[in-house]
Design a protein around this ligand. Structure first.
Ligand code: BGC
Length: 867
């Protein structure tokens, strides 16, 4: 692969078509005009001559991005000299200690802590996750998952989301937020798809930029992560990702570049390797592209335990090792003393960190902190959850619930009664409070309505032996309390009459997990390290908040030995043992069907519990949920399926449903927001930011292990620039639901498209009218797509059949018509030329389509791009 960016040159050159592949102009030496983000002489000349130059204009296409003003201590004129003075007084060991994390004696259990230098009055730095709210031991606003924020297609909302997290982070004693995550959704299996925004580079770039601005406007330093190509969890610490330079720049890097342009203070280097090199040692990424090309002036920290060396990581541009100093710290001091690493490299890294801290006023222990505003956080969480609610299907007037449908409702499914607040892993947040959808629906339906409930799919198990089996001696069906210092034990025989699939569950709180064995083998072994932590955002907890572990086993008919040993240790323990088998599953299903049949309408909550650290292995809903939906919809076709899933699921049951509402992980206000959308108090404002495939065999990473999950440790992004919806277009594959899809409760018409060159000639202004043709107020997300450049096509450049070029979220009253202009930036219309090491404008007559999804393109025009 060519170097990712080989020079500190930011000006890609003129707009006039010039052979794609022509060599790059000679780089400007560092320190001269042309280095960093300063305009090069060449660019100024073109600008003066009135020729549109493609510059490092913000990657986002729909709004201008100015450098972010930082609220306190902004670039104080004396900041640089203060940092220099501090640097001069720090000893080598003090300096290397500032480059790594360490234990926090008074923290809130946040992910990271860098001790200060008390001798010089430098305070400690606290770093907390994460993408959907501040993750500490204490409660914070649990916001909807970022993928749900993204579904609103609203950069302004992303800024407001960032502001809530920024303020809370500061109020909760934090200085740095380990968020936003902007890795693209490349494969539907990726465990963190809920934590990031989209499969589309432009949308992701717009949103990350605004979220960074919001976070930092409150004085919290944002860390954009994970640079780069950390698009899956499977083998994330070892996989070596290969993507060519065009693919990198046109897809995955767009969001990082936009975050840097928005002023992000920090960047997190990813776990994986990029082109054979650990991301934390990738000079190409961390120095040449990030600092040289984009002019990043903040610091780079490693992902947790992602540093593998001392000198190579530091000199490649990884300034800070987290969460501890294995390779930095004392090892780095030694390397300097032994002459293996130049002290200048240490100074550079320390200067970068101190400079950002100075910029945010975080070199002073006295930096003011706001107080939390939980009510404002909750309001925003609710707003995002309705704005991102995505109505995928709505047949036969199933939604909104009105008349008899609103007066007699059966709620089915575990996430109906237990709110699914956040996904698992580092994006999990302790919410202030969370009302279940069932309670919210009951409250909204009012006293005159009947809202019944059936579990349907058991996540918690039944007391033993309420199954098809016999357990002797009897096991207590209630909670078992084990006093501090005491031990409780049980031995018994479980006798089953048929071969069956069993699930065993232990719920426990207070102390150590009890040891439970089945036929001599431990059912819930404590797994080493982070495996425990990646147990999931939902199924790792019981309905009443105890820790929960599950073990699925196939049992043959006969007698099985069960033992339980529980220690009270120092604090005491409360626990219970539960199980499910074919008998309990059949009873749950029958109860759900009867409940559904007895009601006028059904709202069935289906879930999929994704977490950091683990990819999904199939796109189907887990457990028995497909059968549950089939049985319930057969009993009552007025069924709405509400999906609390991280990403796409396959829906063989789709045609039998009345409606499908995608609610992702909707945060602490998810219950009331779901009720508001179901009842039509809020229009479902979300649109898909990722394509939903029809099957496990029909998506961009299907069928070729080299493409996903990788083979022999190497993964090739050989779909190239055709990520997400672009791949479905390129391959003529029909999606289940296309990118940009989502229904409103009203209808819209599109008219009168006009496309004119933007001032300067390199971009476009796309103007059209959207009319609300229905009788309700509603939300529409108008989308602009651009076809390929004929001039680049003539040069054989592989271009997407259509790119998302812009969009506008609109709220229109009944009958309202709005004339809208969507600007399309020159950068959006450009391709990366590896030979020139820069962007080249895709000139010539290009097709412009406008519509309500990537597959509902209602208006068409052609426009000339470039002179
Ligand atoms: C994750 C990061 C996170 C960090 C600290 C890592 O495992 O990949 O996204 O910020 O842990 O919790």
């Amino acid at each position: 692969m060519p170097a990712l960016g080989r020079a500190a040159v930011s000006a890609p050159g003129p707009a006039a078509p010039r052979p794609f592949g022509a060599p790059a102009p000679a780089p400007a030496p560092a320190g001269e005009p042309g280095a960093g983000r300063r305009p090069s002489r060449r660019r100024l000349l073109f600008a003066l001559a009135g020729v549109a130059a493609l510059t490092v204009a913000p990657a986002g296409g729909t709004r201008a991005a100015a450098a972010t003003p930082v609220p306190r201590g902004p670039e104080a004129p004396d900041a640089a000299s203060r940092v220099d003075a501090l640097l001069a007084r720090l000893t080598l060991d003090e300096k290397t200690a500032l480059l790594h994390g360490g234990a926090d004696p008074d923290g809130l259990g946040q992910a990271g802590h860098v001790p200060g230098v008390p001798r010089l009055g430098v305070p400690a730095l606290r770093l907390a996750d994460g993408p959907a709210g501040v993750r500490v031991r204490k409660a914070a606003t649990a916001l909807p998952a970022p993928v749900m924020l993204a579904a609103a297609f609203d950069p302004g909302l992303a800024r407001a989301y960032g502001r809530v997290i920024g303020r809370e982070g500061r109020a909760l004693g934090q200085d740095v937020l380990l968020s936003p995550m902007v890795n693209l959704i490349r494969t539907p299996y990726a465990g963190r798809n809920f934590e990031t925004f989209s499969e589309d580079p432009l949308l992701s770039a717009d949103l990350v930029a605004e979220e960074v601005r919001g976070i930092q406007a409150e004085g919290l330093i944002a860390t954009v992560k994970h640079l780069a190509l950390n698009n899956q969890e499977r083998d994330r610490t070892t996989v070596d990702v290969r993507a060519d330079a065009r693919t990198l720049h046109e897809t995955e890097l767009r969001g990082f570049e936009a975050a840097v342009a928005a002023g992000a203070g920090a960047v997190m280097a990813a776990y994986n390797k990029v082109d054979g090199v650990h991301a934390t040692e990738s000079r190409a990424l961390l120095t040449d592209v990030l600092r040289g090309r984009w002019g990043f002036e903040g610091w780079v920290m490693s992902d947790w335990d992602a540093v593998h060396s001392t000198g190579p990581a530091l000199t490649a541009g990884c300034d800070m090792e987290m969460p501890a100093g294995v390779h930095y710290g004392a090892a780095l001091s030694r390397a300097v003393r032994d002459g293996l690493v130049d002290e200048g490299a240490v100074d550079t890294a320390v200067r970068r960190i101190l400079s950002v801290r100075a910029r945010f006023g975080l070199l002073d222990a006295s930096a003011a902190r706001p107080v939390r505003d939980p009510a404002a956080g909750a309001r925003l969480a609710y707003r995002v959850a309705t704005a991102g609610a995505t109505l995928l299907r709505n047949e036969r007037g199933t939604l909104p619930l009105t008349g008899p449908a609103a007066r007699s409702i059966a709620v089915v499914g575990p996430t109906g009664a237990v709110p699914f607040v956040s996904g698992g892993g580092s994006a999990h947040v302790v919410p202030d409070a969370a009302v279940s959808p069932l309670d919210a629906l009951r409250a909204r339906a009012g006293a005159g309505a009947t809202v019944t409930y059936a579990l349907g799919e058991d996540l918690y198990g039944k007391p033993l032996p309420a199954t098809g089996a016999r357990l002797e001696p009897a096991f207590p069906s209630g909670d078992i309390g084990v006093a501090a210092g005491a031990t409780w034990s049980y031995e018994g025989n479980l006798t089953t009459t048929a071969d069956d699939d069993w699930s065993f569950f232990v719920h426990y709180g207070g102390g150590r997990r009890p040891t439970v064995t089945l036929d001599g083998a431990e059912l819930f072994p404590v797994r080493e390290g982070v495996a425990e932590y990646f147990a999931g955002g939902l199924v790792a907890r019981s309905a009443d908040g105890l820790d929960l572990r599950r073990a699925d086993r196939r049992l043959t008919a006969g007698t099985h030995r069960i033992t339980v040993t529980a220690h009270g240790d120092a604090v005491g323990l409360r626990f219970r043992l539960r199980a499910a088998d074919g008998t309990t599953r059949a009873a749950d299903l029958a109860e759900a069907v009867a409940t559904a049949r007895a009601a006028h309408s059904v709202v069935l909550f289906a879930y999929e519990d994704a977490t950091e650290g683990r990819d999904r292995t199939r796109l189907a809903l887990p457990g028995g949920q497909e059968s549950l939906i089939a049985a319930v919809t057969a009993a009552n076709p007025r069924t709405t399926v509400v999906l609390n899933t991280s990403s796409a699921v396959t829906m063989p049951w789709l045609d039998a449903t009345g409606a499908v509402l995608q609610m992702y992980y909707p945060g602490q206000e998810g219950g009331p927001a779901t009720a508001a959308v179901l009842f039509g108090d809020a229009d479902p404002g979300g649109r898909l930011t990722q394509t939903f495939p029809r099957s496990d065999d029909a998506h961009p990473t299907a069928g070729d292990p080299r493409r996903y999950p990788g083979q022999d440790g190497v993964e090739e992004y050989d779909e190239g620039v055709h990520v997400g919806h672009r791949w479905y277009d390129a391959q003529d594959v029909a999606p289940l639901f296309p990118f940009g899809h989502g229904l409103s409760y009203t209808t819209f018409a599109y008219e009168d498209l006009r496309v004119v060159p933007a001032a300067g000639g390199a971009g476009l202004h796309v103007t059209f009218t959207v009319a609300n043709t229905g009788t309700r107020a509603g939300v529409e997300v108008a989308q602009v797509y651009a076809g390929p450049s004929p001039d680049l096509a003539a040069l054989g450049v592989d271009q997407p059949r259509r790119i998302l070029a812009g969009y506008r979220r609109l709220e229109l009253a009944p009958g309202e018509r709005r004339r809208v202009t969507v600007p399309v930036a020159a950068r959006t219309l450009s391709s990366w030329d590896p030979a020139r090491d820069g962007w080249v404008l895709g000139t010539g007559r290009r097709e412009i389509r406008v519509g309500s999804s990537s597959r509902a393109l209602l208006l068409r025009a052609e426009a000339r791009v470039g002179a």
